[in-house]
Design a protein around this ligand. Sequence first.
Ligand SMILES: [Zn+2]
Ligand SMILES: [Zn+2]
Length: 450
Amino acid sequence: MKFTDLNAHGGIGANCAYCKIGPFEFALDSGLHPKHAGLESLPQHDQVPIDQLDFILLTHCHLDHLGSLPLLSRKHPRAPVFLSYPSSILIRRMLSNSLAVMKRQRSELNLPELPLYGRSDLSALYDRMEILPIEEPFIFEKDGHSIEITAYHAGHVAGAVSFDLKFEGKHSFFTGDVLFNNLRTLDGARLPNHPVETLVMETTRGLAERPAGQQREAEIVRLLQDIRKALNRGGSALIPVFALGRMQEMLVVLDEARKKKALPPTPVFCSGLGMDLVNHIHQISQNFNRVNFSRKVLRSLGAQPLPRRIEAGEPLPMQGIYLVSSGMMVENTPSYMLASSMLGDERNGIFFVGYCDPSTPGGQLLASEPGQEFLFDPVDILSDIRATVRQYDLSGHADRDELLAFARSVSPRKVILHHGDPEARAWFASQFKKLNLPVLDPEPLIEYEV
Ligand SMILES: [Zn+2]
Ligand SMILES: [Zn+2]
């Protein structure tokens, strides 16, 4: 196989890999970098000659894997886009939201290249989608050659799949983002254990020592305690979340707690995209048995849409639990605006339930000390850190020991490290060396033959 990581910035960022197996050329995912905007957020698609790809594989609908797919697909109009059934539902809502965000950023950030694509690109992309059922091989043929593509349930978020590609009897396996543990709303990954030639593996939790699975319930208990304390002080709780996946999971967690009287009957506010995705994931769960979610949770919890206008730095309209995106409190998102209003009041709590890149406002806030000042620069608000700021380890990714065990179980001839910060990859590289498994940590934009 030939492998090129097209994510120019390295680390997690704008996921996109360009691969060649025998005569077949394909791309795995095509994301947008969450920390950059405009052209800077794109993978280096121009390393792939125009109209060259035979097909594109989409592992799941988080924007760091999906956000630039309309552009890549436009350059390869003959390439079908293979994805799971849940992803075929979620992709439309995620991309129309992304388009709306880009239109807004055009003036906010003064980026004339935005939006990067239009509605006609989206409908052309949707026409190229082909749903792959789980664990059913699909034969793709070209010039008398064939390659067998199989999607496996990868946990992580509704619709997430790993891909196995079998060519001339040899398997290449791409984990995508994977979570082995069951969530309230989603079954854990079920991956194959046949030997593979090349394993392309995510490495997100390479630096996290503690196993995610064992402590998940304990972390939920700790989170609920902290929410309760904030509410009892007369404050509010802000929970920044990814709109896709984590928000629905947290709705179910809050609803269970409410039913057990572990939370007082306080209003719960959600941002719009997450509310819409509730309906989509409800629909998916009716047709796909690995997703377990009902939109009834909204009524049971009395969840309401976030009030339309939130003024940065102004007092909150109402005491409550605010379950809003973005999960890393990226500038100008609802979680960022709410934090600018809440941080200076010691009754409030800001509770992070997912990963925060250290360079994002969420990461910077977590690295700050209570009592320090925190600048919300784009809205020009300087606030003392008086609210309780905490993080809980509820990762959507497999922990490092589980990934190592999976890798050993498929005895790869070569492991390619993917989707992780440099230090996280380095940990995996050192472990694979100890196990005498050949490992590659690819530099971006360089083609490797493995
Ligand atoms: Zn993901
Ligand atoms: Zn990812």
